[in-house]
Write a protein that binds this ligand. Structure first.
Ligand SMILES: Nc1ncnc2c1ncn2[C@@H]1O[C@H](COP(=O)(O)OP(=O)(O)OP(=O)(O)O)[C@@H](O)[C@H]1O
Ligand SMILES: [Mg+2]
Length: 210
């Protein structure tokens, strides 16, 4: 029986997802929890091979629907082989991007539409939603500037593409306010983590809510 807690981080490139996921792992371990940090695309050996295809800058001919289906294939493998078993063991699972990324990138920014993406997300995950999704929000230019390295295929998209992704995430948060929370990620790592920690504490110890 599944009884672990499932938390996902979302946000544009360079918003601090990996940084905050690592901070949250340390915090939850201090609370005595077993924590698995994983990521999409990837997170399983098969998924990591799909990740390589998705992010390869040489694959400029990839059509949007093929891109979406590769993300969903990676996700399906990830949920079945990694996430569900960990939740069944009672672990906390922190995932660096999950299905909301397909809604934001392929649904909103690429224009495939959120209806089809939502249906495929449902199929790929078997309906398992995160208990909490944290959208790290900051201006696009600030995120891209933070990366300061060679950009992968998705990161090389025009600034306006990333702007559509950002707006897509904000729409997702409006549509599912109970699950999806927006955190300002333009401040320091500590500032951001303070807000992340507040949200997670409310989730794991609801009785302590002020
Ligand atoms: N609040 C912050 N202020 C300044 N720099 C930060 C902050 N958070 C993270 N960084 C730095 O910005 C860069 C991007 O952060 P990180 O890799 O965590 O983002 P990400 O959202 O995981 O990015 P990607 O989309 O590329 O996976 C890293 O070099 C990280 O050290
Ligand atoms: Mg990252």
């Amino acid at each position: 029986m599944e009884h672990g807690t499932f938390i996902t981080f979302e946000g544009i490139e360079g918003s601090g997802k990996s940084t905050q996921a690592a901070r949250l792992k340390a915090f939850l371990e201090e609370q005595g929890l077993e924590v698995l940090v994983t990521r999409e695309p990837g997170g399983s050996p098969i998924g990591e091979q799909i990740r390589h295809v998705l992010l390869d800058p040489g694959n400029h001919g990839m059509v949007p629907l093929a891109e979406l289906l590769l993300y969903e294939a990676s996700r399906c493998q990830h949920v079945e082989a990694v996430i569900r078993p960990a939740l069944d063991r009672g672990n906390a699972v922190i995932c660096d991007r999950f299905f909301d990324a397909s809604t934001a990138y392929q649904g909103y920014a690429r224009g495939l539409g959120i209806k089809m993406v939502g249906e495929l997300n449902l199929v790929a995950t078997g309906g398992r939603k995160p208990d909490l999704t944290i959208v790290l929000d900051l201006p696009v230019e600030m995120g891209l500037r933070r990366l300061g390295r060679n950009l992968d295929r998705i990161e090389r998209e025009a600034v306006e593409f990333h702007e559509r992704v950002r707006q897509g995430y904000l729409r997702i948060a409006e549509d599912e306010p109970d699950r999806v929370k927006v955190v300002n990620a333009a401040g320091t790592v500590d500032d951001t983590f303070s807000d992340v920690k507040d949200l997670v504490e409310k989730l794991i110890s609801p009785k302590k809510v002020r």
